[in-house]
Every structure is written in structure tokens, then in C-alpha cells.
Design a protein around this ligand. Structure first.
Ligand code: FAQ
Length: 311
């Protein structure tokens, strides 16, 4: 019977159908999904910090309302993704524990500081832009709950990307100082955004297996290339320069040649030694501890209601 189950699993993946929570799946498939979905969820939650930094300093009430809505969306994405991970048999408590104890990761990108208002624009344009390029193919991933979660997440990410683009467009067409601030933000966020796609294919430990299982649909380098090609034209419209002298159209490949990000830096940031790792984790731990009373109150309320129902 185990062979039948494995054959059924392989058949579903092969036919581009979805694996659902109650279906049999190889343990390694389950483990990989938990790792990736949890890491994704943690990224959304930690990702609230760099932009949250600017909510109280946004330059107008309208900008503030938009940024507030965006950061709230990230919280929603995180919760959505934790719920998707829970369908694989882990609890949210366990996952939060794994993050807080440093045993699970979150995206490298959120360990960089947001120094000016233009950084909020650059995050929207580049970081959300990279997130979309990475996540649109995940809408077709083989695990049903993850694929379905990604559909809504991607719609909201498109709004996020546009709001960032619009911030940069306004700055870039403002005073020379504002334009310089926008360029400085793009200069600092470009390479870390390229690194979000992960190590180059040759050094990516999980890609081959994840692609065979159709969790990943494209390799890290394929998606990175797609992102670069997308950004070039957008940068032209913005009137900003991508900080890469090696960037040029390659007629033969029908794609842009570009300079790779510093992958040693990526590995350092992933292993905990980026500019803001300590600050991000401290903040997260403090927020979690400060929220203990909310969790306790919610549990007490649920217990009371259950008791009432029984009588
Ligand atoms: N940061 O073998 P691979 C967002 C790790 S978007 C940290 O290639 P894989 C939206 C990797 O886990 C950001 N770690 O791994 C937003 C593995 O570690 P392990 C979140 C990284 O999984 C915007 C090792 O390196 N998006 O939040 C990174 O096949 C604005 C080897 O790498 C997602 O998570 C990295 N950049 O491919 C929110 C998308 N890259 O476990 C707020 C879903 C690699 O062996 C504001 N995830 N690692 O120790 C994915 O698509 C994949 O997991 C990749 C990595 C592509 C990230």
C-alpha cells in the first residue's frame, strides 16, 4: 500500500494537480514545505519592522494611511502563511518558538536599515517587486494550501509594489535633494534585493528537489534574471539609475547581463551577522513577550465560551 500511496503522490504532482493536507506525502516534502512556508511567514512578520519605522514619520497623513495599510497587510500575510503551515501538522506556537530561538530563518532583506523616507519607496519597488517575481509562480506550487494563500498575497503585493514605485516617482521628480535621496535608496537596496532570490543555482541546496516536487517552478537564477529584466525599464521611467555598470542588453540571450550580488554577504546576513539582525530579533522577542497577556486573555475567553456551551 505504501507503494500505491507514493505512486498516487507522484501522479498528482506529475499531472499538475494539488496535494492536500490529508493526502499522503513523503516526509521530506512535508519538511521542506514547513521550512519554506514558515520562513516565508516569519519574513512577513519581521518585514513589518523596517517600514513600521517610518509610520510615525511619513510625510503626509495620506502617506501615513497608505503605509499603515501596507504594514497591516504584511501581518495578514504572515498569519495566512502560518495557517497554511499548520495544515502540515505543526502549530503556530511551535513555529514562533523556532523563529525566536533562531532555529528557523527569515529573509535576509529585512536585516538592512531604513535610513530615509525614500527607503520606504525602494522597499516597495524593489523588495515587493522581487517578492512578486518569486511568489507568482508559487501560486502554481503543488501544495494546495500554500498555492491558494499565494493568490491573495500576490494581489496585495502588487498594490505594495505600486505604492513604492509612486513614492520614488514623486521624489525623483521633486527637488534635486529629493531625487538624490531616491537614488541613494535605490543604490543601497538594489543588491540586497537581488540576493533575496537565494544563492546561485549551483550552490542552492534545495532547488533540484523542490523543483522536482513542483514546490519551486523556476530556479533562483531564473527568477533573479526575470527581476532584473523587469526593473530596467521601470528605472528608466522613474529617472533613476540601477547601480550596476555591468548592466547591458545581451542580444543573444535576449536578457540583460548584470553584476551578481555579493553572496558571501548574503551568507553572513543569513547566519545572523547582518546590519540589523540583532535589533530585529530583539524587537520581535519583546513584542512577543509584551503580547503574552493578549494570548492569555484570548485563551481564557475561549475556555469560558466552551464551558458555557457545555452547560
Ligand atoms: N534569506 O537551497 P536554497 C516578503 C536559505 S518576501 C534567508 O536556494 P530554497 C514580502 C534557504 O532557506 C521574502 N535565507 O533554498 C514582504 C536555505 O537554508 P536552509 C520572503 C535564505 O528554499 C515585502 C539556504 O539558504 N519570501 O516577505 C535566502 O530552495 C516587504 C539555501 O538556499 C519567501 O520566503 C534569503 N534571501 O530557496 C514583506 C518566498 N535565500 O534551510 C514585508 C518563499 C536562501 O538550507 C515587506 N521562499 N536562503 O538552512 C522561497 O521561494 C525560497 O525559500 C527561496 C530560497 C527562494 C527564498
Amino acid at each position: 500500500p505504501d507503494d500505491d500511496l507514493a505512486a498516487y503522490f507522484a501522479g498528482v504532482v506529475e499531472a499538475d494537480q494539488k496535494i492536500e493536507p490529508r493526502d499522503w506525502m513523503p516526509e521530506a516534502y512535508r519538511k521542506t514545505l514547513i521550512r519554506q512556508i514558515a520562513q516565508h511567514a516569519h519574513s512577513e512578520i519581521i518585514g513589518m519592522q523596517p517600514e513600521g519605522n517610518w509610520i510615525s514619520r511619513a510625510p503626509s497623513l495620506k502617506r501615513k494611511a497608505i503605509l499603515l495599510a501596507k504594514v497591516q497587510d504584511e501581518a495578514g500575510h504572515g498569519l495566512y502563511l502560518y495557517a497554511a503551515a499548520e495544515t502540515l501538522g505543526v502549530s503556530r506556537d511551535e513555529l514562533v518558538d523556532l523563529l525566536l530561538s533562531g532555529r528557523q530563518k527569515y529573509s535576509s532583506i529585512f536585516n538592512y536599515p531604513t535610513l530615509t523616507w525614500a527607503d520606504v519607496g525602494a522597499i516597495g519597488w524593489l523588495v515587493d517587486g522581487a517578492a512578486i517575481v518569486n511568489q507568482v509562480p508559487l501560486c502554481r506550487c503543488s501544495y494546495g494550501p500554500y498555492a491558494r494563500a499565494m493568490i491573495r498575497v500576490c494581489k496585495e503585493e502588487s498594490f505594495h509594489q505600486r505604492q513604492g514605485y509612486e513614492i520614488l516617482h514623486t521624489l525623483s521628480h521633486g527637488t534635486p535633494e529629493q531625487k538624490a535621496m531616491a537614488q541613494d535608496a535605490v543604490d543601497r537596496w538594489w543588491y540586497p534585493s537581488l540576493a533575496m532570490f537565494g544563492p546561485p543555482d549551483g550552490e542552492s541546496t534545495h532547488s533540484a528537489q523542490s523543483m522536482a516536487w513542483k514546490i519551486k517552478r523556476f530556479s533562483n537564477d531564473e527568477l533573479r534574471q526575470r527581476f532584473v529584466d523587469m526593473c530596467v525599464q521601470q528605472a528608466e521611467v522613474l529617472g533613476l539609475t540601477i547601480p550596476d555598470e555591468g548592466l547591458r542588453w545581451n542580444e543573444e540571450r535576449q536578457a540583460y547581463d548584470y553584476t551578481q550580488p555579493d553572496y558571501d554577504e548574503l551568507m553572513r546576513v543569513i547566519s545572523g551577522d547582518g546590519p540589523c539582525n540583532r535589533q530585529r530579533m530583539e524587537h520581535r522577542r519583546r513584542a512577543h513577550a509584551d503580547g503574552a497577556w493578549v494570548r492569555e486573555a484570548a485563551a481564557a475567553y475561549a475556555a469560558k465560551r466552551a464551558e458555557k456551551k457545555e452547560t
